[in-house]
Design a binder for this molecule. Structure first.
Ligand SMILES: [Zn+2]
Ligand SMILES: [Zn+2]
Length: 120
């Protein structure tokens, strides 16, 4: 069972990864049971040495094949507040052209919110 975090979809994921690893690294980076394993080269190396299976021992093996009906396993859905535009229309209630657009506070920089079904 794995969870993919697409850092290009959510700035906070990238910042979290940079914070944990202490430098501005480029994905893919693999973590197993919360421990940093490495990038693609390190993981392939571990696999070739037969260590990857040992590291994965004891991890849940629930299949990730079934698609989430909320997000198709993207982990994010389009913000319903702003429809992904990151802008919300505000009308102050009077008729003096006080209408304006504000930055939507419900979603991230890409107009996305975490999937409420699989990413609670
Ligand atoms: Zn929004
Ligand atoms: Zn989902």
């Amino acid at each position: 069972m794995y969870h993919e975090r697409d850092v290009s979809l959510h700035l906070k994921y990238r910042e979290e990864m940079w914070n944990i690893l202490g430098e501005k690294v480029i994905p893919p980076k693999l973590f197993i049971k919360g421990r940093y394993i490495g990038g693609a080269d390190e993981v392939i190396g571990l696999h070739e040495m037969g260590w990857l299976g040992k590291i994965l021992e004891g991890t849940p093996t629930i299949s990730n094949d079934c698609l989430c009906i909320g997000c198709a396993n993207m982990g994010f859905t389009i913000c319903s507040t702003c429809c992904g535009s990151c802008k919300v229309f505000i009308n102050n209630g009077d008729n003096n052209n006080n209408e304006c657009f504000l930055r939507c506070h419900d979603c991230n920089e890409n107009g996305l919110v975490k999937c409420p079904i699989c990413c609670c």
